[in-house]
Ligand binder design. Sequence first.
Ligand SMILES: NC(=O)c1ccc[n+]([C@@H]2O[C@H](COP(=O)([O-])OP(=O)(O)OC[C@H]3O[C@@H](n4cnc5c(N)ncnc54)[C@H](O)[C@@H]3O)[C@@H](O)[C@H]2O)c1
Length: 421
Amino acid sequence: MSRLCEGRVCVVTGAARGIGRAYAEALVAEGASVVINDVDADAVDLAVEGLRALGGEARGHIEDVSTAAGAAGLIDAALDEWGRIDAVINNAGITRDRMLVNLSESDWDDVIQVHLKSSFLVTQRAAQHWRKLSKSGEGTDARVVNTVSSVGLYGHAGQSNYGAAKGAIASFTITAAMELARYGITVNAICPTALTSMTADVLADSEDARLGLLDARWVAPAVVWLVSEKSADVTGRVFVASGRRLAVAEGWHRGPTGRAVGDPSEVDGVIRPLLAAAVRHADEQGDIPAGDTGKELVEELARRFSTGDMQGAMALFHPDFRIEQPPTLPHGGWHVGQAGMAEMGAAFGRHWSRTIENPRIFGDGETVVQVTTQTWTATATGRSATVDVVELFGFADGRISEIRVFQRDTHLLLSLLGASP
Ligand SMILES: NC(=O)c1ccc[n+]([C@@H]2O[C@H](COP(=O)([O-])OP(=O)(O)OC[C@H]3O[C@@H](n4cnc5c(N)ncnc54)[C@H](O)[C@@H]3O)[C@@H](O)[C@H]2O)c1
C-alpha cells in the first residue's frame, strides 16, 4: 500500500520535541522527508538521529524561525537537501503566562514574535517559492499547516499574549488561504492538545494523561492528512485534534442582526434582544455552554435541533432523562434514557415523518414550556396535518431531565394513518 506522504518534503518548526517531533515521526513513517527545525541544537540532533534510525529521511535546521533569516534558511534547507518543498508546518512556540495587568512588554512581544511572526515569515518565504513554480507553469500542490490553540479560539485567563497570537494565527490562516489558493497552496490550522513540556504543569496529573489520550501521536494523523495529497480541496479550516476528538472548529459568523442605529440612546434597546438571542462563546473545550437557566437550555436545544446538531442536542439531556408522549399515540407513554428515546423514535418512525417549526419558549427558572408547530405526515397514506405541540420541561443538574408532551390533536393525527379522515 502506498504511503500517504510518499516523496513529499516538509519542514516542521519547533520539532525537536513535543507535538512537532510527533509530526516529524508520523510524516517520515508515511514516506515524507522532513527538516526538523528548532532553537535547541542538542534536541534537534537527537530527533534527527531518531528519525534516521527509523529509516526516515531527515535533516536538522537550528535557527530561530521568528527572524527573517531563520525562516528563509529553513525553506532553503529543504530546497538544498531535496530540491523541493511541499509543506510547511508552523509549530514552534513558547508561553510567557501572566495576568494582563502584570504582563511585561517583552513577554507580550516574545510570544507574538515566536508564534505569529514566525508563521508569517515561514509561510511567506515558502509561498514566494511556490508562486514562482506556479507562474512557471509547474503544477503545485503545496501545504501550510499553522498551529492555533483553544486559548486563541475560546480564551483563557492568564494567557492574553498567547491567546492573541493564536487567535491571530487562526485569522491569518483564513486570509492566507484565500490569497494562496490561486497558486495551488492550501492553508489550514491545527488546534492540538497534548502533554508536552509546554503543558506539563497543567496536564501531567489529568485523567486524560493517565488514559494516554494526551500523547502527541494523537495529533499527528490529522497533520499527515493535511500534508498529503488527499486534502488538496480543503483550505482555510481549523481542525481540533487530540486523543479525545478530531473536529472542525467553526469560526466567527454574524449572529442576530437588528436595524441600523444612528442615535446612541437607542443602542441599548436594539442590542439587548440581540445579545439575548446570540449564541454564547464556546467554553474552553469548544462547546457552546447551554446556559444557566432552564429557558436557555431549551433555547439551545431548539437551536441545535434546527441546525441538525443531533449529538449536541443529546448532550443537553440528563443521563436519566425521561419523556412522556400522549398515551393514545403509537409511541405514547413514558420513555426513559437513551435506549427509551431510541425505542420511541423507532415507534414514531414506523408511522410518521415530521417537520418542526417556529419554537416558542416561555417561562423562567424551573418552569419552561415550548410550543412548536409540527407537520406530521403518515408514511402509509402520505397524508399530513399541521398541529401545535406543547412540551413542559423539567431539569436536573443543569440538564434537561424530563419532557411531558401535550397534544389535543391526537385524534386528528391518528386519522392520518387510516384510509378516511
Ligand atoms: N501542548 C498542547 O496541548 C498545545 C495546545 C495548543 C497549542 N499548542 C501549540 O503546539 C505547538 C507545539 O507545542 P508543544 O506543546 O509541542 O510545545 P514544546 O514546548 O514541547 O515544543 C515547542 C518547541 O518549539 C521550539 N521553539 C521555540 N521557539 C522557537 C523558535 N523561535 N524557533 C524555532 N523553534 C522554537 C522549542 O524549543 C520547543 O522545542 C506550539 O505552537 C503550541 O503553542 C500546544
